[in-house]
Write a protein that binds this ligand. Structure first.
Ligand code: ADP
Ligand code: MG
Length: 370
């Protein structure tokens, strides 16, 4: 099939590379110069809303998808009228807006973090909020409702800085939600896949370690197997309600009582699933392509003990690996062909452990990477 991908970052690149038998042809659309996927497909360098491009895609491609969740909803609305387009505009619209996303989760009785819109009059008049902020056990973060990623657009809020924050930061263009900080035990994510006929498939929960809001390490297996059923029932509700096709990933906090609390959703393949390229016989990228191109018999037959390390600075990650003993372990490097910039994801390394014992002993060595 001819597949259009809006956004040509590393996710699109890995999607294209997962088509090992060259079953499909790919066109990537991205306003950037030389984005990662442009080395592997025809690249149309333009804004996502460019009318001529959208028309051309709708006339020449069989299906459209995204690698970037902030593709304009208007572009997806135009395309979905003409060709199968996944995710659909409803799912994209919800996931692009933190308030809508949390509201959606609440409407399905899915536990999520305590949240409210942050607005001027609210801060000055809400007695309950002021009382909560006075309690040092209650910590809050303000998050921009749109365009946040890798911890960007987030600020710590206290009773002392809230008034200043609101008067200085909130404009008609930029809106925030105020979210309670969860005192979590860990963070996990669930990769959910749904086919065109509505069959669902889930990967095992992945444990994720973040530092300064950026994912650093993901690992499977972990100690959260007992939460798999709860996670899948949440995943199923989300998939069915959105009439979703393809991969969507749900990020959770595991609280101190071992309960799942949804943090956010990503309507696309996800960084915490990169290990599935070598760690599974069906990678998240292939699963997404299979689902959106109408395959129905998706199965995961094999999963290997895996650990994924993000590379944010070339020199540091290589040094980290040099210092570890990696016998009985396969090492795979993925380079995104990007220029180095502060805290930019340049690539990742996946370690596949050849037996559970080595994994249990060695994977912990990587969890304290900061
Ligand atoms: P994004 O990934 O879009 O930047 P997230 O909301 O996932 O935004 O925040 C990034 C990371 O910041 C989370 O994975 C988590 O480590 C931390 N974080 C975000 N919100 C909270 C919260 N309410 N409580 C505790 N930690 C949080
Ligand atoms: Mg996140």
């Amino acid at each position: 099939m001819k597949i259009a991908i809006f956004g040509a970052g590393q996710l699109a690149m890995m999607m294209i590379k997962s088509d090992k038998n060259s079953e499909h042809q790919f066109i990537v659309i991205d306003p950037a110069d030389n984005p990662p996927a442009s080395h592997y497909a025809t690249h149309i360098k333009t804004q996502y809303t460019d009318k001529d491009t959208l028309k051309k895609i709708s006339e020449t491609c069989d299906v459209a998808t995204i690698d970037f969740e902030n593709v304009d909803v208007s572009a997806i609305k135009f395309l979905e009228e003409k060709i199968p387009t996944y995710p659909n505009s409803k799912a994209l619209e919800i996931c692009q807006h933190r308030f809508e996303e949390k509201h959606f989760l609440k409407s399905l009785d899915i536990p999520t973090t305590e949240f409210r819109y942050l607005a001027d009059e609210f801060v000055h008049t809400n007695q309950e909020l002021r009382e909560k902020l006075e309690d040092p056990n209650n910590k809050y973060i303000a998050k921009t409702v749109r365009f946040g990623y890798d911890g960007k657009g987030q600020s710590k809020i206290t009773q002392h800085n809230i008034a200043k924050f609101v008067s200085e930061s909130i404009t008609t263009d930029v809106k925030y939600i105020l979210e309670k900080v969860v005192d979590f035990k860990s963070e996990v994510s669930l990769i959910c896949v749904r086919t065109c006929n509505g069959k669902s498939l889930f990967y095992p929960l992945i444990e994720n370690h973040h530092h300064e809001g950026i994912l650093r390490v993901s690992r499977y297996p972990n100690n959260f197997e007992n939460l798999q059923d709860d996670a899948e029932s949440i995943g199923l509700k989300v998939l069915d309600e959105l009439n979703y096709v393809g991969v969507i990933v749900i990020e959770f906090f595991v609280d101190k009582n071992n309960k799942l609390i949804v943090n956010e959703m990503a309507p696309r393949v996800h960084n915490s699933g990169h290990w599935t390229i070598e760690g599974s016989d069906l990678s998240q990228f292939k699963a997404h392509l299979d689902a959106i191109t109408g395959k129905e018999d998706l199965k995961i037959n094999e999963l290997k003990p895996s650990l994924m390390l993000n590379i944010l600075s070339k020199h540091k990650s290589v040094k980290d690996l040099d210092e570890k003993d990696l016998s009985n372990t396969e090492v795979y490097l993925h380079d995104y062909h990007k220029e180095e910039r502060q805290n930019r994801k340049l690539g990742h390394i996946t370690l596949i452990f050849n037996d559970q014992k080595t994994y249990a002993k060695d994977s912990k060595k990587f969890l304290d990477i900061t």
